[in-house]
Design a protein. Structure first.
Length: 218
């Protein structure tokens, strides 16, 4: 058996993280650092329990491929010994050989392989493990900043609603008896004042206090 020419990651154990009530997957990264074309195929001792894509192929010089290994749902028992194994079998592609015939034409003594054990982990990995500590703390800081901004906006919204209510009450006091004013909170106060001034021909007098409490809308 020849020495494996491909770089296989991971090289010893392929880990699957639960929960296992649905399909879970793990990746194998195959890299060809040589100057030759290399054919590969993935084998397992439990073919009915796994799906592998792609399960075979050809890697050109310097090329890398990611192989997805998918485990079918099952009832996980931590006490049960895992006996499943995978093998990455490879061979150099000589002139005149193709992926379809290389395994029958090549000398079996030139075959190379990498064997991996299977490991099940019923505890899903933390999302934090996929980012650096610096990025993790940056996200936390940004999240705290956004939370404070949300609280500030809610407070400003409450103040604006109170201001509108006060201004509406002040205007209603100056309306002729029997006239009702209906104002929706989201209607700009200046539009309301403009319509009222048109309706009453400027007969409504706004006090200095009322004017000073109003600010232009953005």
């Amino acid at each position: 058996m020849a020495i494996q020419v491909l770089q296989v990651e991971p090289s010893e154990i392929i880990k699957f993280s639960g929960p296992f009530t649905e399909v879970v997957s793990a990746d194998l990264k195959l890299t060809n650092p040589s100057e030759d074309q290399v054919a590969f195929k993935v084998k397992t001792t439990a073919p009915r329990r796994y799906a592998v894509r792609p399960n075979s192929g050809v890697l050109n010089a310097g090329e890398t491929v990611t192989v997805a290994v998918m485990r079918q749902p099952f009832e996980f028992d931590p006490a049960e010994r895992v006996r499943h194994k995978f093998m990455i079998q490879t061979v150099k592609l000589e002139p005149g050989m193709t992926l379809e015939n290389v395994w029958t034409k090549a000398d079996p003594s030139t075959f190379m392989d990498t064997r991996l054990k299977v490991q099940f982990d019923d505890h899903p990995p933390s999302n934090r493990s996929s980012i650096s500590d610096e990025e993790y703390h940056r996200v936390l800081t940004e999240n705290e900043k956004l939370s404070k901004e949300v609280v500030a906006l809610q407070s400003e919204g409450n103040e604006l609603r109170q201001l509108l209510a006060k201004a509406t009450k002040a205007i209603e006091k100056q309306l002729p008896k029997g006239v009702a004013l209906i104002c929706h909170e989201k209607i700009n106060i200046f539009i309301v004042l403009f319509l009222m001034l048109l309706a009453f021909g400027g007969g409504i007098i706004l006090s200095d206090t009322m004017l000073s409490s109003l600010e232009p809308a953005d």
